[in-house]
Design a protein around this ligand. Structure first.
Ligand code: GLN
Length: 211
C-alpha cells in the first residue's frame, strides 16, 4: 500500500508556511491546522517555531493540548521545531503555559542570551549522513534533561543537545524549514511512513472518550 501521506502543520502562530513549503517539495500533502478536529485525517504533525507562550496559550482553549496528548499515546508522529520543541517537552524553566509533555525532555528557553540570540552553524547530525546540516538558531532553546527513551541526534560543540528523537517524536532547537536542506523533513517522513496506528486501540480510546 502506498497512499500519499498527509502531514499537518499547526498554524496558530509562527513559521508554519515555511514548513508547508518544505513538505510540498518532498511530495507529501501538507495542511495548515487550526482546529483539533482537523488532526483526525493526518499521518503526522509539525509544531513550528514561533513564540511558545503564544502558541501554548492558543493551544489550550482550542483543545489541542488534550487531543495531542491522547494521540501521542498511540505513537502519532510529531516534529517540534524551536518553540514546537518547547511545547512537546515535559516543561521549560520560566514557561507559564502548559506543554503537551509527550517527549521526555526538559528544555531551557532562549538559551543563547541576547548577544548571540540568532546564528547559523553547520551541525553534525550522524542520523542524516556525513554532510553537516545548516542549522539556523533563532532565540533557540536547548535540551537540559533527557529521559531514558530519548536519543540525542545532534549537539553543539559545547555538548548542549539540540535535536532528539523518542519513538515517533522528533525535536530540533533550530529551524530546518528555513534552509533548502530537506533532510530533517525527510527523516520525519521516514518516521511517518513506518507508523501504523493501532486501529483497535484507537477505537477503544475513542469510545472511552465518548467521541
Ligand atoms: N524563544 C522562543 C520561545 O521561547 C522560541 C523561538 C523560536 O521558535 N524561534 O518560544
Amino acid at each position: 500500500m502506498n497512499t500519499r501521506k498527509k502531514i499537518g502543520v499547526l498554524a496558530l502562530q509562527g513559521a508554519f508556511t515555511e514548513h508547508i513549503a518544505s513538505l510540498q517539495k518532498l511530495g507529501v500533502e501538507a495542511a495548515a491546522i487550526r482546529l483539533p478536529q482537523a488532526l483526525e485525517s493526518l499521518d503526522g504533525l509539525i509544531i513550528p517555531g514561533g513564540e511558545s507562550t503564544t502558541i501554548g496559550r492558543l493551544m489550550l482553549p482550542y483543545g489541542f493540548v488534550k487531543a495531542l496528548r491522547i494521540l501521542s499515546q498511540d505513537g502519532f508522529p510529531m516534529f517540534g521545531t524551536c518553540a514546537g520543541m518547547i511545547l512537546l517537552s515535559k516543561g521549560a524553566l520560566d514557561l507559564d503555559v502548559e506543554t503537551i509533555g509527550a517527549m521526555d525532555i526538559k528544555v531551557r528557553r532562549n538559551a543563547f542570551g541576547r548577544q548571540v540570540d540568532s546564528f547559523e552553524t553547520l551541525l553534525p547530525v550522524p542520523a542524516l549522513g556525513e554532510v553537516p546540516f545548516p542549522a539556523v538558531f533563532i532565540r533557540a532553546p536547548v535540551i537540559v534533561e533527557t529521559g531514558p527513551g530519548v536519543e540525542i541526534l545532534a549537539s553543539l560543540p559545547d555538548g548542549a543537545p539540540v535535536a532528539a528523537r523518542q519513538g515517533n517524536l522528533l525535536v530540533s532547537a533550530f529551524h530546518p524549514e528555513l534552509t533548502s536542506d530537506l533532510r530533517f523533513h525527510a527523516y520525519f517522513l521516514d518516521i511517518v511512513s513506518a507508523y501504523a496506528p493501532n486501529v483497535i486501540a484507537s477505537e477503544a480510546k475513542q469510545s472511552e472518550l465518548g467521541t
